[in-house]
Design a protein around this ligand. Structure first.
Ligand SMILES: [Zn+2]
Length: 255
């Protein structure tokens, strides 16, 4: 995990990553020998020397606390981490406005929470999967619509707090996938008896079992980031930023 250093006197932060000591390689295109020069730099050491004699704090970045409004692969975005020292909690805001800019960080005293704003079924994916799984004896359009309607109705009654989260399914931090609980699966199975004929029932039963744990029957919950900023204590200065050079590497880490 990256290390966070905060200068209390300047209210400035630095995120220490394994890349701070990487030499910077430059190449002069006009030089026929194509020599690559390397410049040693140590951003961490220069932060320490700028803040020499100041009060330093080392809040810990909390594991698995990365969150962002945009997809993981999106390079230009605002992201947040949780951090804490022994007495206070913070939100580390990571951002930049263009891809050329280095990442910037801001330490905000306070906390963020995620608020679920809706649970969706994966309608398009379900239709595609039903068509593919029932290739030999296709369901009618009415049966497919009835299945979607039934699934939606069951999901509308689900309390997300009772569900198991499937983190690896999502490419977007605010879209979280959940597995249906056993009772909901039972309702879905039972009500499918009203949608398909008896001969076709074992096949729809198989469909449900096949796709409920890691497939198209997973539920997609959309979230919103709510951040609560604690008022700064007296003596704390306004925030400031620090930069990290190897932005691509930081993106790869995804938290
Ligand atoms: Zn300082």
């Amino acid at each position: 995990m990256n290390q966070l250093i905060r200068c209390i006197d300047c209210d400035s932060i630095f995120i220490k990553t394994p890349f701070d000591r990487c030499p910077e390689f430059t190449c002069d295109p006009g030089d026929p020998s194509e020599t690559v020069r390397s410049t040693d730099r140590d951003d961490y050491q220069s932060f320490l020397s700028v803040h020499h004699g100041h009060r330093l704090d080392h809040p810990e970045i909390l594991e698995d606390s990365f969150i962002s409004e945009k997809a993981y692969i999106e390079p230009v975005k605002v992201s947040y981490y949780r951090a804490a020292n022994k007495t206070e909690r913070f939100v580390v805001k990571r951002f930049r406005e263009s891809i050329e800019e280095p990442l910037r960080f801001r330490l905000i005293p306070g906390e963020y929470t995620l608020e679920c704003i809706g649970i969706e079924i994966q309608s398009e994916e379900i239709v595609r999967q039903l068509k593919s799984d029932f290739r030999k004896s296709p369901l009618s359009q009415d049966q497919i619509s009835a299945f979607l309607k039934l699934h939606r109705r069951i999901v509308d009654r689900i309390d997300i707090r009772n569900l198991v989260r499937i983190p690896e399914e999502s490419s977007h931090p605010l879209e979280i996938f959940y597995k249906m609980d056993d009772v909901s699966v039972f309702y879905l199975l039972r009500n499918c008896r009203n949608i398909v004929r008896r001969e076709a029932y074992p096949q729809i039963e198989q469909f449900i079992y096949r796709h409920k744990d890691d497939g198209v029957l997973l539920l997609k919950a959309r979230h919103r980031i709510q951040s609560t900023e604690r008022a700064k204590a007296k003596g704390e200065a306004a925030s400031t930023v620090a930069s990290v050079r190897d932005t691509k590497a930081m993106e790869r880490e995804r938290g």
